[in-house]
Structure formats: structure tokens, C-alpha cells
Design a protein around this ligand. Structure first.
Ligand code: SF4
Length: 474
């Protein structure tokens, strides 16, 4: 299915629309309530977070080396990988050296990015997801739909059906029952756990430590019960100090889930010491570049590496609300995905995702580290058009006379000339209402009205304002 068909399918999937709408508004509401009730000056905190991340990015090589030095001194093995092939190979070799044919995974978008599960499967190693959302989508062979809540597109009735079909249990619909089923299934797996894999939220250079956040305890199981713990860490996750990580954590959690703190905070400083009761005998951190240095070298887009993967730009994006993450066809969906997918993996491949944006600006307003997402999307669109790298969605497949460009030139001419603009408005005001029956037959309008209602153009904005009672309009 090409991206265009996929997007149409998602727009018309009523159940998906309903599920997303419900959860997205809930996440938005939780965030808003918490911030207004508990945070004195959220904006100042955002500004601080932005500075901390920007400072870390400006000294990234130095901080990465400091992290490696201190982590190594703590007994953690640090590996460098320039791309997904290298990262996958490192993890495979760790598993092979220890005769491991099954690993248990906590949630890790970096592992999704490098396609680890498929790679390991081909090499005869099974990767079992342990995050509840990831368990659900792994059972049905889907990728995550959201970077924080991977199965947000499924409601409890659908999850009940999935468990019935794949875990051969009764069809449950209550959350407690579904949790119990997942726990029983995972407990079985945890009994055989030898190697656990996780992502990293913050790598702390001064401490040589990593910090993982989670709500289910599966991350702690994967990282403490196993003999070997491997963490995959994008190089942009490194920060200088523990205080810096605390500040970013304070921004991350309310933005992600509307909680003030996550249930589990796992700060891993070393492998198990002699006096420790538990913990892995070996801890490995795989530092992943995979195109991040390339982004860092582009002044216009380097700020996208400030992302702390909270997902709130998705939760506030009207386009994501309608189509969900799968329609983007990339590991990272939503506004941040539109920026980093083309930058990391090529504008030829993911440039089409740039069209999935109305430039409403919601994402940039809520981003806890103030990434100017809409500016970046607009600039990338500009590059895409300039390089003629358009386009899987077919925007440039318009007739060879370059109709889109011509139309925009005409629009610019009219929109910048008040007299012409007023004449156009008069014309629309008078005649547009009669156009409705013809819309499905007019090229351009046909595409527009496939997924949208024909606009009600019954009066110009000026006329509406003039007609408003009690409002004096000059
Ligand atoms: S871009 Fe900002 S809002 Fe979006 S996931 Fe990253 S930190 Fe969160």
C-alpha cells in the first residue's frame, strides 16, 4: 500500500479515529491540569530545558567521551555504532558470546529505529517485548503507533480480542483482567531471562550512568533480573550532570503522560557489585549515531536533537489525531517524526511526511524543550521543493505545466493586493455556495473535499465582523 492509500485508509478508519481522539484529549487534559496546578513557571522551566539540551549538543563530542570514560571506570562496557548495521551487530555479538537465543526488551524507540527485532530474528534470536503496549503490537505484528504509548490506537475491547487470539485466553475487556493476562504471560518469560535490553532516557556524562523511566516495572525486570543488560542510547541523549537530567525529567514526564513522576526510575551506575543483592553481571551501553551527527552539522535543524521523546507534539497535532502514527510509515511519527525522519533517513524516502502538517504551530507551543518544529517543517518543505524531491503523495504529479506553482503565484499576487483580494472575496461570497454540487467533479476541489466538508462560505470575514452586534468595525 503506498503512503497515500495508507493515509486514506487511516482517515476513514472510524474506530481508529475514535480511539485516538479519546486518548489524545485525555493526555492533553492531564498535561494541562498538572502544569497549571503544580508548576509555578512552566515557561521558565522550558527555557532552562532548552538551554541545558542546547549546551549539551554544542559540546556533544566532549560529553560523550566523558560519559564513556566515567561509565567504563564504573565497569560499564561502552560501544560506539555509526549506523544500524553496526549497532545490530554489536548486540548480536554480545548475545552470541553468551550463548543467548532469547532477549527480553523494555521499551526502546532506538531499537525500533535500527530494526533490531527483525535482525535478531533472522539470526535465530528471539526478542520478546515486555512493555504492555509493545506486547500488544508485537502479538499482531505492528510497529508502535506512538513513541510513548505504542498501542494507543487499540481500545480495551480490541486488546481483549488480541489476547484471546494470540495468548489463547478467555476474551476479557476489563483493564485489570487484561493486565493480569499480560503479567502471567510475561512472568513466564522473565523466569528464563538471561539478557535484557532497554533504551535510555538520559546518559549522564559526569556520573557515567544511565537513567531509564518507565511505569510498569518491566524495565526494571529487564535490567536487574538479567545477567546481561544492554542499553541502546542515541548519542543526543547525553547530558552533562545529574542536575541537568533531573531538570529535563521534570519537563519530560508531565509532557509525556501528565504524571509528575514515573512509577519507576532506574538509574544504572554499574554492573552488580559484590555487596549487591541483584543486578546484571554485565552492563553494555551501545551509543548510536545513525545520522545524528549529520543533523548536528546542519545549523538549521540541529535543535531537533534537543528532543527528549515526550511525544506531546503528537498528542497536540490535529493531523496525528486523525491518522495515528502508522500513516507516517516511519519509526518516528508526528511533528518530530516529520523533521527527523527525512533528516535521518533521507528526504527522498520520508519527504512525503512533511505534507502531513497544517503548520498550525501547536507542536512548537507545547514542546518542553522549545524545538521550533513548524519552522523546521516549513524549511524542509522548501528544500524538498527546491531539490524537486517531491513526492510520493503526488503533489508534484500535477500536470507538467507545474499547476501548483502557477496557482500559488496567482494566489500570492491576489493575497498581497487588497483590491484584488476584496474582489476575490466578493466573488467567493456570491458564487461559492453554488459550487458545492460541482465540487466532486472539479480537479483540485475533488481532492480537497474527499476528506473534508465543503466549506460554508456564506459571508466574508469582514462582513461577519460588521454584522456582529456590539462590535464597532472601522
Ligand atoms: S519534539 Fe518536543 S514535543 Fe515532540 S517528542 Fe520531542 S521533546 Fe516532545
Amino acid at each position: 500500500m503506498n503512503p497515500r492509500q495508507l493515509i486514506h485508509e487511516k482517515v476513514n478508519d472510524k474506530q481508529l479515529n475514535k480511539n485516538l481522539e479519546y486518548v489524545m484529549y485525555q493526555l492533553q487534559g492531564n498535561r494541562k491540569k498538572l502544569i497549571s496546578e503544580r508548576y509555578g513557571d512552566w515557561e521558565a522551566l522550558r527555557e532552562e530545558g532548552k538551554k541545558v539540551k542546547q549546551n549539551a549538543l554544542s559540546r556533544l563530542p566532549e560529553l560523550l567521551e566523558r560519559f564513556e570514560k566515567n561509565a567504563t571506570a564504573n565497569g560499564i562496557k561502552v560501544h560506539w555504532s555509526k549506523d544500524n548495521d553496526e549497532a545490530n551487530e554489536i548486540i548480536l555479538n554480545i548475545a552470541k558470546e553468551n550463548n543467548i537465543n532469547k532477549i527480553l526488551k523494555g521499551k526502546s524507540m532506538a531499537s525500533e529505529e535500527i530494526g533490531l527485532n527483525h535482525y535478531l530474528e533472522k539470526k535465530g534470536i528471539k526478542a520478546i517485548e515486555t512493555d504492555l503496549g509493545e506486547v500488544i503490537i508485537q502479538l499482531i505484528g505492528e510497529p508502535p503507533v506512538h513513541i510513548v504509548v505504542p498501542a494507543i490506537h487499540k481500545n480495551r475491547f480490541e486488546v481483549g480480542e488480541i489476547f484471546e487470539k494470540h495468548l489463547h485466553v478467555e476474551r476479557y475487556t476489563e483493564i485489570e483482567d487484561l493486565n493480569r493476562v499480560a503479567r502471567t504471560y510475561l512472568r513466564e518469560e522473565f523466569h528464563q531471562l538471561k539478557m535484557g535490553l532497554s533504551g535510555v532516557n538520559f546518559a549522564i556524562a559526569d556520573e557515567g550512568a544511565i537513567w531509564l523511566l518507565e511505569n510498569e516495572g518491566n524495565g526494571r525486570m529487564s535490567t536487574t533480573v538479567s545477567d546481561i543488560h544492554v542499553a541502546i542510547c542515541g548519542i543526543e541523549k547525553v547530558v552533562e550532570s545529574f542536575d541537568n537530567a533531573v531538570l529535563l525529567n521534570t519537563l519530560l514526564i508531565p509532557s509525556a503522560t501528565g504524571q509528575s513522576v514515573t512509577t519507576y526510575n532506574n538509574i544504572i551506575t554499574s554492573p552488580r557489585k559484590e555487596s549487591d543483592l541483584d543486578g546484571p553481571k554485565e552492563v553494555h551501553v551501545v551509543l548510536l549515531d545513525n545520522g545524528r551527527s549529520g543533523i548536528l552539522s546542519k545549523k538549521r535543524y540541529s535543535a531537533s536533537l534537543r528532543c527528549i521523546r515526550c511525544g506531546t507534539c503528537m498528542n497536540h497535532c490535529p493531523v496525528y489525531h486523525k491518522i495515528g502514527g502508522h500513516a507516517y510509515g516511519a519509526t518516528y511519527p508526528g511533528p518530530i517524526g516529520e523533521v527527523i525522519s527525512p533528516l535521518l533517513f533521507g528526504i527522498d524516502k520520508y519527504g512525503y511526511t512533511l505534507n502531513l502538517c497544517s503548520l498550525c504551530g501547536n507542536c512548537a507551543e507545547v514542546c518542553p524543550v522549545k524545538i521550533p518544529l513548524t519552522d523546521m517543517i516549513r524549511d524542509l518543505r522548501n528544500e524538498k521543493v527546491k531539490d524537486n524531491k517531491d513526492d510520493i503523495l503526488g503533489i508534484n504529479n500535477l500536470p507538467k505545466n507545474n499547476a501548483e506553482r502557477k496557482n500559488m503565484e496567482i494566489f500570492a499576487e491576489v493575497a498581497t493586493n487588497p483590491k484584488k483580494w476584496q474582489r476575490l472575496m466578493w466573488f467567493i461570497d456570491k458564487f461559492a455556495p453554488f459550487g458545492k454540487p460541482f465540487a466532486p467533479f472539479i480537479n483540485g476541489l475533488k481532492q480537497w473535499t474527499t476528506c473534508r466538508a465543503y466549506p460554508k462560505m456564506d459571508a466574508s470575514f469582514h462582513k461577519k465582523i460588521k454584522n456582529m452586534q456590539g462590535v464597532k468595525y472601522e
